[in-house]
Ligand binder design. Structure first.
Ligand code: AMP
Length: 249
């Protein structure tokens, strides 16, 4: 089984981002960037499937430019065998990302495509769903467990009410949720090893995908400041505050 894992370079979750002075976007000039956390989980799961003997190759793919190579090195330090970098500058919206990934799927013919459930920069939660539609492949979103049974993928999905288990024919698209796997600690030797693994670079023009944004960003604003919290000693006091101070009753 060959697994293709999509990894996106995003701002580190611990960074407190701010809008640009003209509110045209988020100021990322000096921000620490890293692999999208859900993609790191997806890579970990793919590598575990390989280590268990269920898969024989794990290929990481990313769409971006410049230091996106570092993100692919991170994926290879976890254990991906090789990488593909689709060079694209500017904003790549989920539909464009899905179209690009569909082209890579066409070239690589993987049995399983793993993505994160969402990228923590745009929080779109769309790419995996669009990719499965474009490739006409079965889809399992929000996966917390993946198993192979009789040539099918058994995917446990996180739902609002609990979990749901689906059986998918392969090739399939699966998106990783938080509980799918805990990413391993990446050691120095594995980082050194990752430096020797190959990254194939593909130019966007070679794929013939139109990535013109379909959305127009109007304005980025800081979230509203949270108001201080107060402890109340009784339900009556709570009702009184909701009525007379918060004016929500
Ligand atoms: P989104 O739909 O933007 O929330 O992204 C969902 C998932 O799609 C991410 O967790 C990644 O696995 C994948 N993805 C989105 N954009 C990219 C990108 N530029 N490069 C690689 N993978 C991406």
């Amino acid at each position: 089984m060959k697994i293709l894992v999509a990894v996106k370079r995003v701002v580190d979750a611990k960074v407190k981002v701010r809008p640009l002075p003209d509110h045209s976007g988020v100021d990322l000039k000096l921000a620490k960037m890293t692999i999208n956390p859900f993609d790191e989980i997806a890579v970990e799961e793919a590598v575990r499937l390989k280590e268990s003997g269920a898969a024989d190759e794990v290929v990481a793919v990313s769409i971006g430019f410049g230091k996106t190579q570092d993100t692919l090195r991170q994926a290879m330090a976890i254990g991906a065998d090789r990488s593909i970098l689709v060079e694209a500058e500017g904003v790549i919206e989920p539909l464009a990302a899905a179209k690009i990934l569909a082209k890579v799927v066409e070239r690589e013919a993987p049995d399983l495509v793993l993505l994160g459930k969402q990228a923590i920069d745009d929080d779109a939660n769309q790419t995996g769903q669009m990719l499965s539609a474009l490739c006409d492949m079965p889809l399992g979103t929000f996966a917390s467990e993946i198993a192979l049974e009789g040539g099918r993928l058994i995917v446990t999905r996180e739902t609002d009410g609990g979990t749901q288990t689906v059986s998918l024919a392969m090739p399939a698209v699966v998106t990783a949720d938080l509980r799918l796997a805990e990413p391993r600690y990446v050691t120095l030797p594995s980082m050194a090893k990752a430096r020797k693994k190959p990254i194939e670079t593909v130019k966007l023009e070679e794929l013939g995908v139109n990535v013109t944004p379909r959305l127009r960003l109007l304005e980025v604003e800081k979230p509203e400041q949270r108001r201080g919290r107060v402890m109340v000693s009784s339900v009556d006091e709570l009702l009184e505050k909701l009525k007379n101070e918060a004016h929500v009753l």
